[in-house]
Design a binder for this molecule. Sequence first.
Ligand SMILES: Cc1cc2nc3c(=O)[nH]c(=O)nc-3n(C[C@H](O)[C@H](O)[C@H](O)COP(=O)(O)O)c2cc1C
Length: 577
Amino acid sequence: MVTLIDSHQTIATSTRLTLQTEEIAQGTMAIRCLDWDRDRFDIEFELQNGTTYNSFLICGDQVALVDTSHLKFEALYLKCLNQLTAGKTIDYLIVNHTEPDHSGLIGHLLEISPEIKIIGSKVAIQFLQNQIHRPFAYQMVKSGDCLDLGQGHLLQFLSAPNLHWPDTILTYDSGPQILYTCDVFGMHYCDDSLYDEMPQLLEADFQYYYDCLMRPNARSVLGALKRIDKLTIDLVATGHGPLLLHQHQEWIERYRTWSEAQSKAAPYVAIFYADDYGSSDRIARAIAQGLHKTGTAVELIDLGEADPHDVRELADAAAALVIGMPPQTEHNILLPTLNTILAATHNKQAVGLFETGGGQDEPIFPLRNRFAELGLTEAFPPILIKTAPSAVIDQQCEEAGTDLGQWLEKNRRQRRDKPLDSSLDQALGRISSGLYILTARKGEATSAMLASWVIQTSFQPLGLAVAIAKDRAIESLLHGEDCFVLNILEEGNYQPLMKHFLKRFPPGADRFAGITTYDANNGSPILADALAYLECRVLTRLDAGDHWIINCSTNVGRVAHPDGVTAVHHRKAGNHY
Ligand SMILES: Cc1cc2nc3c(=O)[nH]c(=O)nc-3n(C[C@H](O)[C@H](O)[C@H](O)COP(=O)(O)O)c2cc1C
């Protein structure tokens, strides 16, 4: 039930969602939404100690709110905000990061106060424009931009892309010397302590969170730390868990130690692009997404902002480079940066190029020839964007990124592969299965894949599971609530379909060309030559190492030939399908 206490306030509901507010500096309130029982994040990230969603209200002459909260806190949060502002208008909403657990209430807030100006990175604002179906005032900020709220609250913004989303910024209030970091330095840990009073209780959750969200982008973490190092910090106000007061410098140093070790150990791909030009940033992010699926680390570098020394270092040490062509102008200020990249590369690297669709790109083919002369391997054919950005172009770019990641992984694996113990290997190979083609459509994007690791998992409700390698093209179409069709192949009639879908498709290729299909109720293609099909919906995904176990429900199915028998796949060894 709802109770209100002054100064150190707690508002609670019976469902173990509670809300805590406390002044953390002059004119600055922390609003912490405590979600005691949450046991899962991003459907595959298990939590032991619940979590919190932290938001902050800064009152100078003008008022700014830093991030909001999860939708489940709608009533508690909005009521509390109303009390705290006591009739004052909120002038700015600073969005450090747009994931729904921090941005879930922005729409509600705009309904109450439509005049609020939203401050965020370009990526964040674009994301919100697609997310919130109403116009809003906004300001896109880059590293170094400032906002003076008055009464000593001078805010400075630092871009921190890829920690762990591309949209991330950090906000520093130089008055009370508070750094607002949203996901960065956070942890999923829910208790009443506002600060990190008992660090030894928090260590495991702090590291688990880093490992899950930050480690894949260790070089970006080091880039952000360079910017943070220039600040004098008294408090790190994170978006999850306790605020870091008592040993904030030690927590920051842990990120540095882990990220340095990780960036030395893991090869990475440097993606150079011109953030402000054409759809360069969107293409760069789609390629990065494809690389992430293969577990490859990525550095996204904005050609317009990067320091030449950093460009040289990053281009030299990268396992591969991807370059989005910058605009061609009479005095192209980005040409020296391209020359720095050319001078730093060497013939052990791979390179991929894309046009940005900006209209007057630097020509791609002379640069491609220069890299060929230098002996670099071409990672994927040049991506030439002629139309407006779309889901189909995103898919093409993501698949190009995955191809590049798989090429890098293949080179690494050749160096380190050890044969499996042969008797274990042979025993595992005695697990047999059916043969299936998964087909999926999500918006304009379609995909298909031959699969054998499929089992029924439940009678009531009807459920099944499919194991999908993390770097499969179709993986992107199999997230929570997505739909697909499981086509069951027929003994004596499966070879043509199997042969077709096992082809190596170039990025963005239509996998259904030459195949007869019709649409299922859920929109995915049904293969006319399959024995039977089931319409499925993704419920949850479980991390099983190099595969996702996709747990699904099914509600529609048909058999084409009642006497037909399912094709069976017998193997000899457990180290392949
Ligand atoms: C007999 C057989 C069964 C397979 N079963 C699976 C499977 O269950 N899960 C999976 O991720 N890949 C499976 N594969 C691999 C994919 O079908 C194939 O490599 C994939 O389509 C190529 O990757 P892409 O679609 O990402 O380009 C299987 C391959 C064969 C030959």
